[in-house]
Ligand binder design. Structure first.
Ligand code: ARG
Length: 467
């Protein structure tokens, strides 16, 4: 192997296994064009500091542009001897301009400040793409909510029937966390918009360079305050990995519900043929693979985050080679989300709901018991007593169910049943024993009443439009 970037003090090149371990071009090559953008900015500050004359600057910029075109077309790629993207591109520049010109760019920068900068550039770009893709999932949820403004479903806690809710309310409950994920990406960007370029290996540069100019040219807000922090910290990468994992978890939760909804037992929803898969042996099968992959990939995204945190834990300042392991987890998170989000959006947008079945099940399992208690409270009964009375109604239903061998629901209770439980239970209580009545009564802010959910839909649309 050739002696590469540091040959001067070495009598031999790296051993084969050493080079194989060291190599990162197979994953850092995706930063090549960011590296070249950094080189352009760096050439300009070297020029402004009086370290390159006009002619050298012109030659360097032309060489970088030519190399950039070759990288874009695939004519220039990493060679087997190249250790990383930075050394490969320097080789490319030297090949094009000769060592006297191509070799000048390394002054005042290090791969340590380069890689820290390029990683931020790459992640900031992809954070914007991912935010757009998350908003597409939100759009799918909002469209489904809008298409079913009055449909009721069983609202659950502990997966048990709790109280009826609107399907639209439930779908929007998945939209809000995703909107917060988009906000998280925006908030994260404020911390990522700081450039480490100019930090050098760790201590900064003696060459009178202007890191702020490089930062501005590369789209950053400013440059780092501390060159050691600039080269050694990776909290920006870890925070990105957290937001990616959170998005994965949020997608996984809605996906888990889809998986349950499309079972024979639930039969709440049906997947579109284009967003489901069959079985090679069982001809009848229609499987929710998109949702299952979302659930599975959430685990992978959590692994990307925890793997990166484990790499960082205990690292002394400043740069350590362990930090080369920062890239694959966040690249994997980017790749995973960019392939997953469009599929989840498509699956959700094309789901069809059996709203009749959902509405029929909504009041079952004594889901209107709270409505009896609240009706009693409106008539002056203390909630403690009201709760006990409504509970006794449920108990009476269960007694009758087992005696009569058929399900007896709250609305099946006779006048005798009701007065036998409490004198407060006049026949008017039946007025609240309907799903429509129950839904309409929950009209406080954030509640499931149709008018409130319509307002909520509008609020989500507005939040999407603001982004
Ligand atoms: N490829 C390295 C990384 O990804 C950057 C090079 C720094 N290497 C070094 N020996 N200081 O972190």
């Amino acid at each position: 192997a050739e002696k590469g970037l540091w040959g001067g003090r070495f009598a031999s090149g790296p051993a084969e296994a050493m080079a194989a371990l060291s190599k990162s071009t197979h994953f850092d090559w995706r930063l090549a064009r960011h590296d070249l953008a950094g080189s352009r900015a760096h050439a300009r500050v070297l020029h402004r500091a009086g370290l390159l004359d006009d002619d050298l600057l012109r030659q360097l910029l032309a060489g970088i542009d030519a190399l950039d075109a070759d990288v874009a077309s695939g004519a220039f790629t990493a060679a087997p001897d190249d250790e990383d993207v930075h050394s490969a591109l320097e080789r490319g520049l030297v090949e094009r301009l000769g060592p006297d010109v191509g070799g000048r760019l390394r002054a005042g920068r290090s791969r340590n400040d380069q890689i820290a900068t390029l990683l931020r550039m790459y992640l900031r770009e992809h954070a914007r793409t991912i935010a757009e893709l998350v908003l597409d999932v939100v759009d799918a949820l909002v469209a489904q909510a809008a298409a079913h403004p009055d449909a009721a479903m069983p609202g659950r806690t502990h997966l048990q029937h709790a109280q009826p809710v609107l399907l639209a309310h439930h779908l929007l409950a998945h939209a809000w966390p995703l909107l917060r994920d988009v906000q998280r990406l925006r908030d994260w960007d404020a911390r990522a918009a700081v450039s480490p370029y100019g930090s050098g290996a760790l201590a900064g540069s003696s060459l009178g360079l202007d890191p702020a100019a490089v930062a501005a040219e590369l789209g950053f807000e400013r440059s780092v305050e501390n060159s050691i922090d600039g080269t050694a910290s990776r909290d920006v990468a870890a925070e990105f990995a957290f937001v990616a994992a959170m998005i994965g978890v949020d997608l996984s939760r809605v996906s888990e519900e889809v998986i349950v909804w499309v079972t024979k037992e639930f039969s709440f929803a049906t997947l579109h043929d284009s967003w489901s898969t069959g079985s090679s042996i069982m001809p009848q099968k229609k499987n929710p693979d998109v949702a299952e992959l979302a659930r599975g990939k959430a685990g992978r995204l959590i692994g990307d985050l925890t793997g990166l945190l484990a790499t960082l834990k205990g690292l002394p300042l400043a740069y350590n080679r362990d930090l080369q392991e920062d890239k694959e987890p966040v690249f994997d998170a980017v790749d995973t989300l960019e392939v997953l989000l469009p599929a989840v959006a498509g699956m959700l947008a094309t789901l069809t709901f059996d709203t009749q079945r959902m509405a029929a099940l909504a009041p079952q399992g004594f889901a209107l018991a709270t409505d009896i208690a609240e009706w009693l409270v409106r008539r002056g009964v203390p909630f403690r007593d009201a709760h006990a009375v409504a509970g006794a109604c449920v108990r009476r239903c269960e007694q009758r169910s087992s005696a009569e061998g058929r399900p007896v629901e709250l609305w099946d209770l006779s006048e005798e049943d009701l007065v036998g439980i409490s004198a407060h239970l006049t026949p008017e209580v039946r007025s609240v024993l309907s799903v429509e009545g129950s839904l309409a009564s929950r009209d406080g802010v954030g509640g499931t009443a149709p008018a409130r959910v319509a307002e909520q839909s509008a609020a989500v649309r507005e939040a999407v439009a603001e982004h």
